[in-house]
Design a protein around this ligand. Sequence first.
Ligand code: SAM
Length: 334
Amino acid sequence: MSYPTVNYIGNKEKIVNWISSLIPDDATSFLDVFCGGCSVGYMAKEKGLTVYANDILKINYYIAQALIENNGKIIDATDVDRIFKGEPCEGFMFQNFANQFYFPDECKQLDMIHENIIKIKDKYKRALAFTLIRRSMIRKMPYSRFTIKWEKVVELRDEELSYAKYGRRRHYHNQSFQFHFEDNLKEYNDAVFDNGKKNRAFNLDVYKAIEKIDADIIYLDPPYAGTMNDYFGFYGLLDAYIEGRIVEPFDNNFIDKNTIVKQFDQLFSKLGKYKYWMLSYNSRSKPSKEELLVLLEKYSNNIEVHEMPYAYRVTGKEKKQKDIEYLFVVKNDK
Ligand SMILES: C[S@@+](CC[C@H](N)C(=O)[O-])C[C@H]1O[C@@H](n2cnc3c(N)ncnc32)[C@H](O)[C@@H]1O
């Protein structure tokens, strides 16, 4: 098995082996409390740890159910037939988002697919189906995020115009949801495995999650304040689609540079029950490494800061930025 193509903004896929090598040997359980696309939780599952994966976005909860909690359920050919059968209909997506992110006919297809997915009885198959339709929606969306204006979407989906202007046709944006679903199916099915542990997915705000979930290690990969970090903007549409209703942006998402030091201070003060804290951050964000160390030193005399050069590339931006990725490994010993 291996982690499939999820394409989550801010994912740690490229440095996951480095993170893995720094996990303390005596730990048996791992809470990935800002799990996003689950690249780190998945690595911890492969390592044989009991994994708890949490995120405030519903879509990420489904990714965690499908890839972390799920030990064996896959989507077979009969499931695919059921997911794509029927007539496109004028449902929630058509009524609210036609000509905003997708063309009206595509919204009608999404509405039909949604009707079919929510009828799937097995929760892991249902989660895997939502995870795969997410992948299809992301594939069809220019720049893979839902913060792009409709005029730009239309421009980038015009293959001739896109070729003339950018030298790329981006044909994949115009292939069907079913095409992308089936194209990714094997990769996602193959990623499902049992590590012999009772792993679990959660859809909670970080503060609720830490009240509820015990583990040896808490891994923190919050949005980085000062970088591209509008997770509600990037992916909130997927939550609306899954829920079939307009969803409100979430609070408390670690993006405001002016309050971020206070937010970390408050978060760290609540992590007393975890033996190890592992925190990802980078050199371009606020607080700085030094500021974070001051905050962490209140709780530990045993802090390691590991550094890794990292080329960060935002889809749609030409420039690659060279940053240093930090991993703070804290043994909570005060
Ligand atoms: C940097 S991303 C995590 C990326 C992940 N490690 C991966 O490899 O895909 C940060 C995540 O924090 C989540 N998040 C933001 N605010 C949150 C909160 N208050 N509680 C829980 N999750 C939150 C976002 O939805 C986003 O998925």
